[in-house]
Design a protein around this ligand. Sequence first.
Ligand code: UDP
Ligand code: MG
Length: 317
Amino acid sequence: MYSVVVPVFNEEEVVVETYKRLTAVMQSMAEPYEIIFINDGSRDRSAEIIAGFCNSDKSIRLISFSRNFGHMAAISAGMEYASGDAIFIIDADLQDPPEIFPQMAQKWREGYHVVYGQRKKREGETLFKKASAKIFYRFIRRMTDVEMPVDTGEFRLIDKKVNEAVKKLPEKSRYIRGLVSWVGFKQTAIMYVRNERFAGQTKYPLRKMVAFAMDAVTAFSYKPLKAATTLGFLISIASFIYIAVILFQSTFTDTTVDGWASTMGVILFTQGITMMILGLMGEYIGRIYEELKNRPAYIVQETVGFGTGTNSTTPFA
Ligand code: UDP
Ligand code: MG
């Protein structure tokens, strides 16, 4: 059996189309399947529309959160409830084509445990989104100690074994693609073109993108802290040289050493760096605090359509 995990946050404009396209693909694969929509605290009609699918189609399931917990929490819930031997993860907005599921399944049958979609091109997104995404993936790659493929989101197939392994990881901050890379197994890529959203707007404004990048880095490396040490070391060396130059000037030459401007410059510069590093440490400490509280990553308000089995008839008939 296959499972499809679809996070949904205010997607009333797209869910009908998502349902149709996913169903068409899943039916073409000639295997029982379930499609799990996770309603991540949508404030529009997404949940009602999906509950409607559940009534008429046994393969559809809905998990509704008690509020918005975020994209990664939604996918985690889907993975928790999925019972397939292979699990597809895909966004609701159809930017990633479900039509390549059969190719992913083919690779899986060849023995790969993770088949991730890698974007060779992104279409219909702003230049800013493309550039920031590109920088993001390269930055994460440099900053973390886990081998993570670039230009790869959550769009992928994972084997049941991988899912079990990822589910066992206890952390609440769940950067899914990182966790999936971390557990290892046999992984491979399929190249594809990322399209425009089918409808609606991105649910990832700049603020969320920055927070996401911070989560990704802090969850997988403390290289930023090491970089802070190196920076402090370099600044110390530079100041020793500078002090030596000043001492030389005041002892052996007649030039007067400039006072105010250089003093202020050095103070502001070092203070700035110190504050930045304190903030960086705060980011880590805050996350330790979050993990320590041990609150769940999400709270389920209700589920619909579980335990109904799967259907083999065409729901459109
Ligand atoms: N999403 C979610 N919770 C959120 C934000 C987004 O479940 O808090 C879902 C959203 O409905 C979509 C997917 O995560 O299915 C990716 O979001 P989006 O397409 O807006 O991000 P982008 O592709 O612009 O990075
Ligand atoms: Mg999208």
